[in-house]
Design a protein around this ligand. Structure first.
Ligand code: PLP
Length: 404
């Protein structure tokens, strides 16, 4: 570093976000003239999915009606009412608060900031969505990983959780359906997690942003907070996934649990909500139509995703050296690789040599000694077929190169 170069804060050294980091390698491949097949980002609108028009219309109308000022910090009252009504339909009884944020991401960051001190720890699923690690690292809160069990459809393993608990553990994060594995928690697993949290006085952060995108009829989505009035639960959802509007940046949180236990946390959350003024106002006018208007787009999305999941699982499992647990929800699969190099190096070679952009498993956390990659199966069937055929050829060539 030269004498007058600005020295960034030390906390930035711990921040990584693999999903966007691979984009730098993809740019390199593109500059070298490769056609890119993007299977790396969970954005439906990059493919053949559009935000339902009744949501878009409501937002446009709000802007034309001059609803472009500041909003109440916690959110527009009619939007919060709709969020509470949806929580009731999901079976959540002990609702104590609801608020909106600029994406589920902001709600998650505010809740963790309001809950945990430096040196506390939070149980995070591995594999799991890397936002949680990034936020904890920023706050100086310790990331305490628990492993999802690949041999059991990537379900959380309550025994593993028990072994990881420390005196400073404050909270348990559950992502259901999960990103990056696409797993959906069984009801009895959720019950065991609630019981674990109750016994150890933990707060549960339950990320249900993919709750409507369940692809396996045998695993209907159960909202974890519907199983308990006793354990404090922060349930996250938003417009990004099932409502096909990730760029709208609108998410929300429902706080449930015993009033006396959750009140101080709710008050602390509201300090942060006020400090950032408010969330995007016009988009809040899209929440009532999203939650209470026409839902027919969901069935269309789920039907497309089921067909794409089938191609993904069949083609990946046909490749020697690759095995893929069938995802039950969301639009991700997390296949395992038998390779002799770190998965990050494998992914980099894959992108540069084939143009297929996926994300290395180590970016989401995985058991030591295993290697995976995440694929997004949002692209149309033809793109998926080409991408998986290219991955098959790439694996075969790597094997030939190793043998010769
Ligand atoms: N939670 C999970 C599990 C996600 O996969 C994502 C985005 O991919 C988010 C939260 C971010 O949601 P938002 O776009 O509402 O900030």
């Amino acid at each position: 570093m030269t004498m007058d170069a600005i020295k960034p804060a030390r906390r930035t050294e711990r921040i990584q976000y693999a999903v966007r980091d691979v984009v730098l390698v993809a740019r390199q491949a593109k500059a070298a003239g490769r056609e890119l097949l993007y299977l790396n980002i969970g954005d439906p609108n990059q493919f053949d999915f559009v935000t339902p028009p009744h949501i878009v219309d409501a937002i446009c109308r709000a802007m034309r009606d001059n609803h472009t000022g500041y909003a109440p910090s916690e959110g527009l009252p009619v939007a919060l009412e709709a969020i509470r009504a949806q929580a009731a339909r999901n079976g959540i009884r002990a609702v104590r608060d609801a608020f909106v944020g600029n994406g589920g991401s902001e709600c998650i960051e505010i809740c963790l900031s309001a809950l945990a001190d430096e040196g506390d720890d939070v149980l995070l699923p591995w594999p799991g969505y890397p936002l949680y690690s990034a936020v904890l690292n920023k706050l100086g809160v310790v990331e305490n990983p628990y492993f999802l069990d690949e041999s059991n459809g990537w379900q959380p393993d309550p025994a593993d959780l028990e072994a990881r608990l420390t005196p400073r553990t404050r909270a348990l994060v559950i992502i259901n359906p999960n990103n990056p594995t696409g797993s959906v928690c069984e009801r009895r697993t959720l019950e065991a997690l609630v019981e674990f949290a109750a016994r150890h006085k933990l707060v549960i952060l339950c990320d249900e942003i993919y709750d409507r995108l369940v692809l396996d009829d045998r695993l209907p989505h159960v909202s974890l907070a519907s199983l308990t009035d006793e354990v404090p639960v922060l349930t996250f959802n938003g417009m990004s996934k099932a409502f096909l509007g990730p760029g709208l940046r609108m998410g929300w949180c429902v706080v449930s649990g015993p009033e006396q236990r959750v009140r101080p946390l709710v008050d602390a959350i509201h300090k942060f909500l006020r400090a950032r003024l408010c969330a995007n106002l016009p988009v809040q006018y899209g929440i009532v139509p999203a939650l209470e208007g026409d839902q027919s787009h969901v069935a269309t999305v789920v039907a497309k995703l089921r067909a794409r999941r089938q191609i993904t699982v069949e083609m990946l499992n046909a490749i020697p050296g690759v095995s893929c647990v069938a995802p039950a929800g969301a639009f991700y699969a997390f296949p395992r690789l038998e390779i002799e190099e770190p998965d990050e190096a494998w992914v980099k070679r894959l992108i540069l040599e084939t143009g297929v952009v996926v994300v290395h498993g180590s970016g989401f956390g995985q058991r030591p000694g295993t290697a995976h990659f995440r694929v997004v199966f949002l692209p149309p069937e033809e793109t998926l077929r080409r991408a998986f055929a290219a991955i098959g050829d790439f694996m075969q060539q790597s094997r030939i190169a190793r043998v010769s």
